[in-house]
Write a protein that binds this ligand. Structure first.
Ligand SMILES: *Cc1c(COP(=O)(O)O)cnc(C)c1O
Length: 498
């Protein structure tokens, strides 16, 4: 069958039509709703009144609906294809969570409502806090941080406060070289200097080097577990002991908690503080950059430095501790109000609907899926480390040697086969990294299709079909862009084909 082609000889994407920018479609005076004319009024704003037009495009409701629906179709998204970026970016968000978050009693809350009218919301925050403390085995949790990075800042600020309370001015923070960039950034923004610890050949913290670097100036170790190579840090207890012996604190980055929920309690590993990304592990959506929620569990010692406000349960009901007068050791406020209420509702819906047994199964299935991929691909791709992985399978680009094909080329070619690429070039500790996190919700059939796609690409790369890779993607609304130029000088206007 002959496909219709455009004048450039390309087969157009029939369902993804090009469209002028929304500002080019707009017409003055067009509107989705019929607004009454503004009645006569006396202008009391004087010179403060806006003189220029506000500049919004005038559009009908169907134009707006089509605009956003088409935009949503231009991307590979978890609701349409397998998305091997995993929980770290976006795992499946059960629709039940969404339904509950939209209940008017939650969705229409205002943070300045009188306490007597928000008892249910405060109880929900308290109940979620109870779950987070139970799952981590930690005695306290600060709920307000808005994301993982702010959680790190919060946890490290409590550590700084605890050191100051001891009369100590320790300035050094240690972090493995594979750490997520937010770890050194959070430490540095609190005035700490960060020193990195190299990994061993098996992808874990080098204990000898760690011990050698720990000293009277060490404030804390920041460590991710499972780490960013998808491996469990087996020496956690020994690491915690060494850190504490040096008088320092142990901060754990809990972004990869999805792999161990219900199976490992961070308190048993000797940690002092750890953030949880509700928008990763507990499935609250954070597409398009927002919103997240990064509660931080804290040890007994660090709890008194927790940020304001926090919820307390008293005989008369729930109340907020909001002022330093009541909590004079608190590090203070991190954000305007109590945290991300919509995320709290979704996370608690996820926890309650799964139950303890369901959470235990989810982490087990996440690890099983990743190991299934690792075992099914390691004969043709190069696994970076020996042995089984946790929730992510890490490969590097050694298998592409002499093929002229790069990690980026493989990612682009995957798009043509209908898959979102995996995480590329992170962690930085292996060359040309490909980090695959399938999560617990993908079926065996989907994993098999993805494995088949990758095996097919490996074969083509070895077959000298570099050209095919370099011209990928061909089936997407845009071909390969100059990514630097596209980021710096985005060209948003549709250039009609002639
Ligand atoms: C995502 C992530 C963070 C940062 O969390 P945000 O919620 O994006 O701020 C920190 N560390 C690791 C390992 C992560 O994966």
């Amino acid at each position: 069958m002959n496909h219709p082609t455009n004048p450039k000889g390309e087969t157009p994407q029939t369902l993804i039509l090009e469209q002028p920018l929304i500002f080019e479609q707009g017409q003055e005076g067009r509107c989705g709703v019929d607004l009454p004319a503004i009645p006569e009024y006396r202008d009391r704003l004087g010179g403060l009144r806006r003189q220029d037009k506000i500049g919004l495009p005038g559009l009908s409701e169907p134009q707006v609906v089509r605009h956003y629906t088409r935009l949503s179709q231009k991307n590979y998204a978890i609701d349409s294809v397998f998305y091997p970026l995993g929980s770290c970016t976006m795992k499946h968000n059960p629709r039940l969570n969404e339904k509950l978050a939209r209940l008017p009693g939650f969705a229409e809350l205002h943070p300045l409502q009188p306490l007597s009218t928000v008892q249910g919301a405060l109880e929900l925050i308290d109940h979620l806090a109870h779950w987070l403390k139970t799952l981590t085995g930690m005695p306290a949790v600060a709920m307000s941080p808005a994301a993982g990075a702010q959680g790190e800042f919060c946890g490290m600020a409590t550590i700084k406060a605890a050191l100051l309370a001891r009369g100590e001015h320790r300035t050094q923070v240690l972090a493995p070289e594979s750490a997520h960039g937010t770890n050194p950034a959070s430490a540095a923004s609190l005035g700490f200097s960060v020193e990195s610890i190299p990994a061993t050949a098996d992808g874990r913290v080098d204990m000898e080097i760690l011990k050698a670097k720990l000293g009277p100036n060490t404030a804390a170790l920041m460590l991710t577990n499972p780490n960013t190579c998808g491996l469990f840090e087996r020496d956690m207890i020994a690491i915690a002991k060494a850190v504490h012996q040096a008088g320092a604190y142990f901060y754990c980055d809990g972004a990869n908690f999805n792999a161990i929920v219900g199976r490992v309690r961070p308190s048993d590993l000797g940690i002092d503080a750890m953030h949880l990304n509700l928008h990763k592990t507990f499935s609250t959506p954070h597409g398009g950059g927002g919103p997240g929620a990064g509660p931080v569990v804290l040890s007994e010692e660090l709890a008194r430095f927790a940020p304001l406000p926090y919820v307390v349960h008293e005989a008369q009901g729930f109340r907020l501790v909001e002022h330093a007068a009541e909590a004079d050791q608190s590090i203070g406020r991190l954000k305007g109000f109590h945290g991300q209420m919509g995320m709290f509702v979704r996370a608690l819906a996820y926890l309650l609907s799964h139950g303890a047994d369901g959470l235990w199964q989810a982490s087990g299935d996440a690890v099983l899926s990743a190991n299934y991929l690792l075992a099914s691909l390691k004969d043709v791709m190069t696994a970076s480390f020996e042995g089984p992985c946790m929730h992510e399978a890490l490969f590097d680009d050694r298998f592409l040697k002499d093929t002229g094909v790069s990690t980026l080329d493989v990612a682009k070619a995957l798009l043509d086969l209908g898959f979102h690429p995996m995480t590329m070039y992170f962690p930085l500790v292996v060359h040309g990294a490909m980090l695959i996190e399938p999560t617990e919700t993908e079926s065996r059939e989907t994993l098999d299709e993805f494995i088949a796609a990758l095996r097919h690409l490996v074969e083509q790369a070895r077959d000298g079909q570099g050209e095919m890779f370099h011209s990928a993607p061909r089936n997407t609304p845009r071909r390969r862009l100059d990514e630097t130029l596209a980021a710096r000088k985005p060209q948003l206007r549709w250039a009609p084909l002639r």
